[in-house]
Write a new protein. Structure first.
Length: 372
């Protein structure tokens, strides 16, 4: 018999966070989170996502052993302002037992129905900067710190419980040697002259900070037309700034501004921390932090985390300016592989800007939906 218990205490929440460590133990491709960071995500006092969202956390037990977990999320901005009557769920992990996944999903369904919502979708997080989707292809590829990994049986469970595909996400990869500067070097110089644009590059974190809020404003403008987009609030900007800025090499952030210093484009790239996180085994101290700092400085794999271009400048070649800046930085650092984070399958515009680099799809993931 499966028992589902709502998490109330900090002790139980830690068990919630640590559960995946049991089902992915010795898995070569799973990238464990930092436990303290995960706990902070679920802390209402620390994560500003709780200003506009409610979340409840559940563990499933079988014979007094934890066998599954799920987070139930209602984003009030999405429901009340955008009119999307969606019951979100994420951080969904379980053993290969359909009675376990069914019990957890039934709990999500009950909460959604109690709030008069129309459908449930997952796995998703609180916002667009959280992890998204269940992996359906690419189980033999190393994960990243900004994606969920899962066993291949997850997809079968969703379909067995009557869920259908809602959104498809693609993850791409290409070797840096594929990047031919001829495809953007001349173009970027022309675009700068034509639109009176300039690059803004950095050598220290201190230099970046004054621009971060403007970058998030531009992020909101750039992605507002995409499905399921929820704007980032001012408090969330501060939260993400404090959480991630120190992990980013200043040379891996590039901005494009107009003649009045207004941002019209940006990109944020992260060094791959995957192997460092595997070595850290969920803990920054005493040794995990050294693995992370080493990866920040020496990793030869990079992840394109965010890229955004103002709607007025889309389809005008601004990405060529960004690529030119990165080409110089990546060449200097000896980068070998470029990885793109999950992109919506129907985001044709983003795929067009990468076409010259011959990227290959290495993973697919999707969210699943079921009407309530």
């Amino acid at each position: 018999m499966i028992t589902v218990k709502e998490i109330i205490t900090k002790k139980d929440l830690k068990q919630f966070v640590k559960f995946p460590f049991s089902i992915y133990k010795n898995n070569l491709y799973w990238v464990p989170p930092i436990i303290s960071e995960e706990l902070a995500i679920f802390d209402k006092e620390k994560n500003p996502a709780f200003d506009t969202a409610d979340a409840r956390f559940f563990l499933a037990y079988k014979n007094n052993t934890i066998v599954g977990r799920v987070a139930a999320i209602i984003n009030h901005t999405e429901v009340n302002e955008q009119g999307l009557k969606k019951m979100r769920f994420g951080w969904f992990d379980f053993i290969d037992d359909v009675s376990v996944s069914e019990a957890l999903l039934t709990k999500i369904q009950e909460i959604g129905a109690a709030h008069n919502l129309e459908y449930m979708e997952g796995p998703v997080g609180f916002s667009n900067l959280d992890k998204v989707g269940v992996l359906t292809e690419g189980f033999d590829k190393l994960g990243t710190m900004i994606t969920w990994y899962n066993h291949s049986y997850y997809q079968k469970h969703f379909e067995a419980h009557g869920f259908v595909k809602e959104k498809e996400y693609l993850e791409w990869r290409f070797p840096f040697k594929n990047v031919n500067p001829d495809s953007f070097q001349k173009a970027q110089a022309l675009i700068k002259r034509r639109y009176q644009l300039k690059s803004i590059n950095f050598t220290s974190t201190k230099q970046i900070l004054p621009y971060v809020d403007s970058m998030f404003d531009l992020f909101n403008e750039s992605y507002s037309s995409l499905s399921s987009f929820v704007p980032i609030s001012d408090k969330q900007k501060k939260y993400f700034k404090e959480k991630y800025i120190n992990f980013i090499d200043p040379e891996y952030i590039t901005y494009v501004a107009d003649k009045d210093d207004n941002l019209v484009g940006f990109a944020v790239v992260l060094p791959s921390f995957s192997k460092a996180l595997q070595k850290a085994k969920g803990k920054l101290f005493p040794f995990g932090i050294f693995h992370m700092l080493k990866a920040k400085k020496y990793s030869k794999d990079i992840i394109f985390y965010l890229i955004g271009i103002h709607p007025d400048y889309q389809n005008k070649g601004v990405h060529a300016v960004i690529f030119n800046d990165y080409y110089e930085a990546f060449t200097k650092k000896g980068i070998k592989n470029c990885i793109r984070t999950p992109e919506l399958e129907d985001n044709v515009a983003i795929r067009q800007i990468w076409k010259h680099f011959d990227p290959k799809i290495v993973k697919r993931r999707r969210t699943y939906r079921k009407n309530l």
